[in-house]
Design a protein around this ligand. Structure first.
Ligand SMILES: NC(=O)c1ccc[n+]([C@@H]2O[C@H](COP(=O)([O-])OP(=O)(O)OC[C@H]3O[C@@H](n4cnc5c(N)ncnc54)[C@H](O)[C@@H]3O)[C@@H](O)[C@H]2O)c1
Length: 267
């Protein structure tokens, strides 16, 4: 996995919380690492310091064999969420304050370059999708007429799960104790032993996702299963098997996504 991120501090944070394994500042070095890991069948997450509008076109130019491609910059807000090409973080902050219109113009132009390169990589075989950050619309407005040639993630992946009644389900331990989440992890695995994907995820989340704030867990459960898991948690609290109550949350995806036509709800 190769993540391109302009801010090294963001990469450092993700290494601390175990989402990423290593940071690189050089594209050749980063590619050598991910390709070696891929050849060896090992999972490795590399955070490359760089501007996506520079790096994605370079990947396309080199015809790097990308399996899956998306973008998770905050492209929905061109003034604060996307760093234009050619600017350091400091220079971007200065331009944002001194000339916001020019900043937005440059951010949109960079997003056009970025999305054109995503379309090129898609043509080269990368499974490409919009993650709900509106980058296709920004690029379209900046002149990329085929920006919508790659799909949004809801129609591509989430809606079929909704058709089966599957949705996100998440909970947090008010005790602040990791052991409470580990007890609920065990409960979810015991309740749904046939769900191999769920078992794989829970095990991986325990290894890879560091708790931040209150210990919490998310997973996807089917119609009826969410109620079953809720009742099990209730029972565990009532019997004193957990140190404190659990808060169960829902996700905006649960109600069929958000009302944002070009980001998530489009057909
Ligand atoms: N589909 C969903 O359910 C869903 C869920 C969460 C977030 N989102 C969307 O995804 C986007 C990202 O969300 P987030 O919370 O991670 O935002 P965030 O602002 O915390 O992270 C975006 C990152 O992009 C980096 N960045 C900005 N411009 C860049 C560039 N040109 N090149 C490389 N890196 C650049 C920033 O430094 C930042 O670290 C948002 O648009 C958000 O609305 C969608």
């Amino acid at each position: 996995f190769l993540a391109v991120e302009i801010d090294p501090q963001r990469i450092a944070m993700r290494i601390k919380t175990r989402y990423l394994d290593v940071m690189e500042t050089d594209l050749d070095a980063a590619l050598a690492k991910v390709m070696k890991a891929k050849a060896q069948g090992q999972a490795l997450s590399v955070g490359l310091v760089g501007n996506a509008a520079d790096v994605i076109p370079e990947l396309a130019r080199r015809r790097v064999a990308v399996d899956v491609l998306t973008d998770q910059t905050s492209a929905h807000d061109p003034l604060t969420g996307y760093i234009p090409q050619g600017l350091s973080l400091e220079d971007a902050a200065k331009l944002r304050a001194s000339d916001p219109q020019e900043y937005v113009r440059r951010a949109m132009a960079s997003m056009a370059v970025h999305v054109r390169a995503m379309l090129d990589l898609q043509k080269q075989g990368a499974v490409t999708f919009d993650y709900g950050n509106n980058i296709r619309t920004m690029a379209f407005q900046a002149g990329v007429k085929d920006a919508y040639d790659f799909p949004g993630f809801v129609p591509a992946y989430i809606r079929p799960l909704f058709c089966e009644g599957k949705g996100p389900f998440r909970w947090a331990a008010l005790s602040g104790e990791a052991s409470d989440i580990h007890a609920t992890d065990a409960a979810v695995l015991e309740l749904f032993p046939k769900d191999k994907g769920l078992a794989r995820w829970i095990k991986m989340a325990q290894e890879r996702v560091a708790f931040q704030g209150l210990p919490a867990r998310i997973c996807w459960l089917g119609l009826g299963e969410r109620a079953e898991m809720g009742l099990r948690i209730n029972h565990m609290v009532a019997k004193g098997r957990l140190k404190a109550p659990i808060v169960i949350g829902r996700d905006h995806l649960d109600c069929g996504s958000v009302a944002s036509p070009y980001r998530e709800t489009e057909a």
